[in-house]
Design a protein around this ligand. Sequence first.
Ligand code: GYE
Length: 325
Amino acid sequence: MRKRFVPVLMLLVLLLLTGCSGKQEPGGETASVVVGFSQLGAESSWRIANTVSMEQAAKEAGYGLMMENANQKQEKQIDAIRSFIAYRVDVIVFSPIVETGWDNVLSEAKQAGIPVILMDRMIETQDDSLYKAYVGADFYAEGVRAGEYLVRKADALGAEHLRIAEICGTTDSTPMRDRHRGFMDVIGKDARFTVIDSVDGDFLQSKGEECMRELLEKYGADGIDVVYSHNDAMTLGALNVLEKTDAAATKNMIIITVDGEKDAVDALKAGRINCVVQCTPHLGPSVMKLVREMTAGKEPPKVYHPEEGAFSDFDDLTDPAVEGF
Ligand code: GYE
């Protein structure tokens, strides 16, 4: 019964959005483009900033945005995509929580003639025609940057052997897979480094805390030299636990994180984190640019990666360019 109300509710939301989100274009024409957007959750500051970026960019473009938040559940994302197909939105944008399991629903979108843009994360499929374009970070390059920082740091310290604890993001998500792969490709063959454990922190601060507690129980603060965490939320959670448990040992630990939210960059400046690999959440304008091109009948580039870098304790951290989102 509840299910039947969902589309009705979505239609109402759409009407509300198109009525008050500036669908009326400056020239007085009514914008006709409606974007269905399935966001995967609200698990981190990155995700929240990403949602805001999408909302603002749609508004600026004069597009109606039908957004559904899946609270980290793949089934909910599939349901949302099906409702977007039912409403015949012009373009579907979605951020796939994991890489597999999308072929059926994306084939339905293809059959309905609705183009799909993957935003932020990738899918694993034999059929590339199921999506028109991907807009998101090069997560492999991020992992490489994390590894390169660690090699540089080990060189500078003259370290002989470093034991690494890795706190991973959501299992089977693109950032988890590729941040791990890129990192391992840099440090894996160097005998100075051993990954003693890789645990799943699901990109959540609370899980980051939990993981760190378990790692400390297993290895003790003296048994861990490096923490490589796949996002800032988990890093900040882990830091809370570390600093409460053994502040002295924590000071000597090398902490590497990914994202670049303000709290993490502040922690880098305060000497609590050693390296922040950037990953921008501000993907909205690039997505809406693609929507514009696609609805004008153009063939957009298949893959677009924003430019990103990294900040670390090797940099001048008083430089105003060193800031978080
Ligand atoms: O790093 C993390 C978020 O997919 C890039 O998801 C995104 C990741 C980001 O929860 O903070």
